[in-house]
Write a protein that binds this ligand. Structure first.
Ligand code: NAD
Length: 506
């Protein structure tokens, strides 16, 4: 069989659905163009799947579920061990695809694969993770035990910014828990999904356990409305997360929907300003700010703002922008021309709203490039009522608010509608402890700007950054992808004692 890796340099490659262990011809002939964000040129086209394609994927998943859900957990774990090896083997090639379609710099792309790979490593321990509990003799001759059983067909709908990592947050655990999984990746960066399909097949996963549907809201809604789907995991923007949460819940599905963000970094006056400046450069402008855990709002407490700017502004001016396949560059392009225009319009808006524009990314240009490049931007004297502070921009734009006290900083973070990640930079343990105890945000960093938890913890925000009760991966992931059953058993000697008519009290 021809591998997708063979066509990676072919700009006419067509990314098709993957059903029953092979690429499958869609009933649609509607393709979307995928562009190389550093050149603006086509690098692939992707099929926009139809309701019929979704139906075919569901039927394939349903059939595979019968045997996969009964497959011993050790054998399911072995597929994950093998997948880990294959991802390590192909990591460099996968990173090239991410850089081509998304634009992030190669070593950043490889780093994102590594963070996803860690979830595969976690899933290798599924025989232990999925264990139930047992109590002997809860009553005379009575034992109670619990087990975690698979849900059935699970679907994953993922965003453009982490085409390898975000699917890896989902399917390794879903599959190793005994479910079948249908992935609907972003149409802007679709190739990785088919790579996962090929690698899973090579790792020994039976056909139909992992299927891929491509496309837009038509495919998503067909999946969410389908009665055979048991659970939906979504990662993307907040308006779509709300839609997915509502639709999937109304159709009786278990759902976790992770949405957008506006992550604050609080700078206390005692912080090491060199450290804060370095942290802001990476967390604000890395991956062109297209990370849900990027820092986009700086809260400078007391007299910290000016010493910080003294360190930060010269560093912003040294950021090297260009195509991600040149690893001497620090920042690549944005995902599409349309998104670049949206981010630019926020810079226009910030000026109109009266924020002080200290660094203007709009002036940045790579001559002779049709790529979607935009320079780093920094606004000082933003206020809490400005839209550039309130809304998610998802680009290389930092806004700073100056406040007098720690309490004002905490209130700003707590009053914000998003609650994905946040960080405090300080040398004071009491301030850090107070912050982590009282802040209304799901992931908190203390002198750590992007506190993405490792695979054996759990990723998830609060407020309008997560809809549903479970975060992704870690034990929350195992709980999300399984249903708990508790069995109370008594064996014949108890029955031989005769029938009981009163309520058993143990
Ligand atoms: P998006 O919401 O536009 O798209 C996400 C997925 O939803 C894609 O697969 C897309 O095809 C599908 N989709 C889009 N519109 C839809 C609709 N109307 N109905 C049904 N499905 C639809 O997000 P994006 O632009 O791909 O990604 C960027 C967003 O994702 C940002 O808001 C970012 O903060 C967020 N994000 C969040 C996390 C997190 O963990 N919280 C992680 C990564 C990205």
């Amino acid at each position: 069989m021809k591998s997708i890796f063979d066509s990676l340099n072919d700009n006419n490659r067509k990314i098709e659905t993957w059903i029953d262990g092979k690429t499958s011809k869609s009933t649609s002939d509607r393709y979307d163009i995928v562009t190389n964000s550093a050149t603006g040129e086509q690098c692939a086209s992707v099929i926009m799947s139809t309701k019929d394609d979704v139906e075919a994927a569901i039927q394939s998943s349903k059939k595979a579920l019968q045997t996969w859900s009964q497959t011993p957990v050790l054998r399911r774990a072995r597929v994950m061990f093998k997948l880990k090896e294959l991802i390590e083997r192909d990591k460099k090639k996968i990173a090239q695809i991410i850089t081509q379609e998304h634009g992030k710099v190669l070593d950043d792309a490889e780093g994102s694969i590594q963070r996803g790979l860690e979830v595969v490593e976690f899933a290798c321990g599924i025989p232990h993770l999925i264990k139930g509990e047992f109590n002997n003799q809860v009553g005379t001759g009575v034992d109670t035990f619990s087990m975690r059983q698979p849900l059935g067909i699970c679907v994953g709908i993922t965003p453009f910014n982490f085409p390898a990592m975000v699917p890896l947050w989902m399917f390794p655990l879903a599959i190793s828990c005994g479910n079948t999984f249908i992935l609907k990746p972003s149409e802007k960066a679709p190739t990785c999904a088919n790579i996962w399909a090929e690698l899973l097949k090579e790792a020994g996963l039976p056909d139909g356990v992992f299927n891929v549907i491509h496309g837009d809201h038509i495919a998503v809604n067909a999946l969410l409305n389908h009665e055979e789907v048991a659970a939906a995991s979504f990662v993307g923007s907040t308006p779509v997360a709300e839609h997915v949460y509502k639709t999937a819940s109304e159709h009786g599905k278990r759902v976790q929907a992770l949405g957008g963000a506006k992550n604050h970094l609080v700078v206390m006056p005692d912080a090491d300003m060199d450290q804060v400046a370095d942290a802001l450069i990476g967390a604000g402008y890395g991956s062109a700010g297209e990370r849900c855990m990027a820092i986009s709002a700086v809260i400078a407490v007391g007299d910290s703002a000016d010493p910080l700017l003294e360190k930060l502004l010269p560093k912003i001016n040294t950021i090297k922008i260009g195509p991600g396949d040149d690893i001497s560059n620090h920042m690549g392009p944005l995902i599409t021309a349309e998104h670049k225009e949206k981010v630019k319009s926020y810079i226009d808006l910030g000026e109109k709203e009266g924020a002080k524009l200290l660094v203007d990314g709009r002036s940045y240009d790579i001559s002779n490039s049709a790529g979607y490049f935009l320079g780093p931007t920094f606004f000082d004297h933003t206020t809490k009522d400005m839209r550039v502070y309130k809304e998610e921009i998802f680009g290389p734009v930092l806004t700073m608010i100056r406040v007098e006290t720690f309490d004002e900083a905490v209130k700003l973070v707590n009053d914000h509608e998003f609650g994905n990640g946040t960080a405090i930079f300080t040398r004071d343990g009491d301030a850090a402890r107070e912050f982590s105890n009282n802040i209304k945000v799901g992931m908190v960093g203390i002198n750590v700007p992007i506190p993405v938890p490792l695979a054996f913890h759990t990723f998830g925000g609060w407020k309008r950054s997560l809809f549903g009760s479970n975060g992704v991966y870690g034990m929350e992931g195992v709980r999300f992808y399984t249903r708990l059953k508790t069995v109370t058993s008594r064996w014949p000697t108890g029955i031989r004692a005769g029938a009981e008519f009163s309520m058993p009290t143990m």
